[in-house]
Design a protein around this ligand. Structure first.
Ligand code: SF4
Length: 474
């Protein structure tokens, strides 16, 4: 789940991992904040940045001889057959599958334009299909999509290929087909196992189906399986969520993303179908999160950061232990920070010191490609200050540590001088035991990991004035 501005992370006073997080502290840090899948965040993108700026960034990559450097690719499939009422994603609800075939033709056009710019010898080391629902595509369409991508790009033989799975749209045969196409990582959108909750959010998928798919995924040898879960959904309560957690532990995915639902019906129209009186109140949500952390810890999961958990042997947990965790538009990742080519409507890419975003409507996306133009409609060229702050924020979010000398050297700045105001602003977080600040570094404490966004926000030059558009930190 990548489109989760409407989801928020909340924390609690009762979990043993953070035994003394008083309610007053939660109130103090209960402010809207970015999830930092990029810095600056996408709300800072400007329309003055367009396809030509993106092309310039690609030319710079080629001039630097970076073709062999790892390149990630994100492909957005916007279609879904039915609407989940909690949805805050950029999607198109339709049962007309011919729309997908039409869309794939345009994706091919965009891929060819991108490949021509990137030049020969470019190797894609990581591919992610997201949406919407990538499994809206049938097997033949997925085969065609992968053949098209492999026809215009070289893919690393040992690369990661992941796909978001709507369990309602796949079966054993379809999972086998995905394996045959080279996918080695799956992410199941489960959200909640409880039938009553599923009815309330208009997403019915029996638990038995998810269990059967997980067994198939294991038998087929997928390297890592993630499950998305949401707490704070309508009709959830302590008892129902306890059952869902027990089922989750029995399912035992390699990774778990546990998002909090934030009800913003004025912003996300589908949410208007959710009855406010069906929503669990704040104390219940806090209890659900507390219980989830406790249960997952007891089941052997490692807390990665923000809303992610992983089994100790999963590459994400290994990367966290080794200080090699990264963060990209899909959340935490093991892939080194690098360039990302994004294909499809509304998709966001990263190239050198730039971000670019495609047209957000199909009409606009198609129109630009009809003109043989890349559909980039907005983006950002990062300043030196942005690049420095991005490194600081990602170091905090991924490693919980910033070494002043190393960071200053990497950016040729006097780090202590540059961030004197931020050090002062860290005061309340230091006082609350969320971070440790010395003459030479900042360290996020175990308690601080649960509020790491609040720590990162201190170094965000922009979020003060635009905070309200983000989900809350706690
Ligand atoms: S599957 Fe549901 S939550 Fe996901 S994009 Fe489609 S409507 Fe939204």
């Amino acid at each position: 789940m990548t489109c989760d501005l409407a989801f928020k992370m909340i924390s609690t006073t009762v979990d043993p991992i953070m035994p003394s997080l008083p309610a007053e502290l939660l109130r103090q840090f209960d402010v809207p904040g970015p999830r930092y899948t990029s810095y600056p965040t996408a709300d800072r993108f400007v329309e003055a940045f367009g396809a030509e700026d993106h092309a310039r960034a690609v030319r710079r990559r080629r001039a630097d001889g970076a073709q062999a450097a790892p390149l990630s690719m994100y492909v957005h499939i916007p279609f879904c057959e039915s609407l989940c009422y909690y949805c805050a994603c950029n999607k198109v609800i339709t049962r007309h599958h011919e729309k997908a075939r039409h869309y794939l033709d345009y994706l091919a056009c965009e891929a060819a334009l991108q490949a021509a710019q990137l030049g020969p010898g470019t190797v894609v080391s990581q591919l992610h299909l997201g949406g919407g629902s990538p499994t809206f595509l049938d097997d033949a369409e997925l085969t065609g999509l992968m053949a098209m991508l492999r026809g215009v790009f070289d893919f690393a033989t040992d690369g990661e290929q992941s796909i978001e799975i709507d369990p309602r749209t796949v079966d054993t045969g379809r999972l086998a087909h995905l394996a045959s196409l080279g996918f080695n990582r799956l992410s199941f959108g489960v959200q909640d196992f409880d039938p009553d909750v599923q009815r309330a959010v208009h997403r019915i998928q029996p638990a038995e189906r998810v269990f059967a798919l997980m067994a198939d995924a294991r038998a087929l040898g997928f390297e890592s399986v993630n499950v998305d879960l949401i707490y704070g959904l309508p009709r959830q309560n302590d008892a129902s969520f306890e059952r869902t957690l027990a089922q989750l532990c029995m399912l035992r995915p390699d990774r778990i993303a546990l998002y909090a639902y934030a009800h913003l019906p004025e912003r996300f129209k589908p949410q208007r179908r959710i009855l406010a009186e069906d929503l669990p109140d704040a104390p219940i949500r806090v209890r659900m999160l507390a219980r989830a952390i406790e249960v997952l810890r007891d089941a052997g999961y490692v807390y990665i950061g923000m809303d992610h958990f992983a089994l100790p042997g999963d590459p994400l947990a290994v990367a966290k232990r080794n200080g090699r965790l990264h963060r990209d538009f899909q959340g935490y990742s093991t892939q080194p920070d690098g360039d990302l080519v994004a294909l499809g409507v509304s998709a966001i890419g990263r190239m050198g010191a730039t971000y670019s975003q495609n047209a957000k409507t199909l009409e606009n996306y198609y129109d630009l490609l009809d003109q043989r133009r890349l559909p980039v409609v907005r983006g950002l060229a990062l300043s030196r200050d942005d690049l420095l702050r991005r490194d600081v924020i990602m170091a905090l979010m991924c490693r919980g540590h910033v070494d002043f000398d190393a960071m200053g050297e990497a950016h040729t700045v006097d780090f202590r001088h540059c961030f004197a105001a931020e050090f002062a602003a860290l005061g309340p977080l230091v006082a609350q035991g969320l971070v440790r600040l010395t003459d030479h570094d900042i360290k996020v404490t175990p308690r601080g990991w649960f509020l790491v966004r609040a720590v990162a926000m201190v170094f965000d030059k922009y979020c003060g004035a635009h905070r309200e558009r983000f989900s809350r930190v706690v």
